[in-house]
Design a protein around this ligand. Structure first.
Ligand code: ATP
Ligand code: MG
Length: 298
């Protein structure tokens, strides 16, 4: 008995050692990936002599912009439009038309293949990215919620006081459901906001945008539908957000589209029609058909 138990004691550490070796190997493989990500050179780079503009007015200009993600497959072709400070543009079009791509260029996640994107007359390639993005609020198709408190989610690490956070939430009428949560503004969210409804997540993202008080508002409206009561809240919130800001909105809601100063109809990367809601309806073109199919009942 004694002999057998000694033998066991001798082999146990040896078995342990080989297990440690396994852990080491998987750690090395993970480290390789981590360093791979850290070593990735960004595709867009900041010009060394880029100068921060003093105060941004928020004039957005696309000058015959063409763009492709992969060589040979053009996503945007010769897109030109201008949005004056405080005005709004709605971009509509079928899925895959390149709406989100316009937004990606404006946020400078990518650079155009030809043509230029300008804010206040300065090419984005000659503007520091920090000052560009400080003046922008982006609400994307899929609302992203971090597993932090509601307040942290609205503040997003910026030095914004509790008062302003609450005010922003009130203005988009998100305070109603927030105050009904057990922890209120300090309620910690589940991973990716799993415990919130789609509409509630959107409202939090709107509050987030409003709290940062941007000059340029970029909104990629979610296609997912919400219940009629929340829908009304969302519509009002969008209206509040747009007030006094240059807004570029990829719109799916008829209400949002109608409020925009100009509508751009995009198809296969080209602007095929532009004008106001009434003008476009009168033309009986693509927008008219889109309206009949998608919006008349919505
Ligand atoms: N990261 C990417 N890499 C390669 N191709 C992409 C990428 N993102 C989008 N595309 C392609 O670019 C085209 C336009 O996509 P985009 O996301 O701009 O469409 P969209 O108008 O926003 O559509 P939706 O209404 O469905 O959101 C599509 O054909 C798509 O396959
Ligand atoms: Mg899109």
């Amino acid at each position: 008995m004694a002999f057998i138990s000694y033998v066991r004691q001798m082999f146990q550490p040896i078995a342990d050692m080989s297990e440690k070796f396994n852990i080491m190997q998987s750690a090395m493989a993970s480290a390789e990936r981590v360093f791979g990500v850290m070593d990735t050179a960004p595709e867009v780079t900041e010009a060394p002599d880029a100068e921060a503009p003093a105060e941004m007015a928020g004039r957005v200009e696309f000058e015959s912009v063409s763009f492709s993600y992969v060589e040979g497959k053009q996503v945007l072709r010769d897109v030109s439009f201008t949005v004056e400070p405080g005005r709004s543009v709605a971009v509509v079009g079928p899925t895959g038309a390149g709406k989100t791509s316009i937004i990606n260029l404006l946020c400078r996640f990518y650079d155009p293949s030809s043509g230029s994107v300008k804010v206040d007359g300065t090419d984005l390639r000659r503007m520091p990215m920090a000052s560009l993005r400080r003046n922008m609020a982006i609400v994307l198709q899929d609302a992203f919620i971090f597993s932090r408190t509601i307040e942290d989610n609205i503040r997003l690490g910026s030095p914004i006081g509790t008062e302003s956070v609450r005010k922003a939430a009130e203005m988009v009428q998100a305070d109603g459901f927030i105050e009904n949560l057990p922890g209120g503004y300090s309620e910690v969210m589940a991973e990716r906001g799993a415990t919130l409804s789609t509409g509630q997540k959107q409202l939090i993202c709107f509050a987030r945008a409003l709290a940062h008080d941007p000059k340029i508002l970029i909104l990629d409206e979610a296609t997912s539908s919400v219940d009629p009561a929340t829908e009304q809240l969302v519509q009002k919130a969008i209206e509040t957000l747009m007030r006094g800001r240059t807004s570029i909105i990829v719109a799916h809601r008829l209400s949002t589209i109608q409020k925009a100063d100009e509508i751009l109809v995009l198809d296969e990367g080209r602007i095929v029609e532009r004008g106001s809601h009434q003008e476009l309806l009168a033309r009986r073109g693509i927008y008219y058909n889109l309206y009949l199919l998608q919006y008349r009942n919505g």
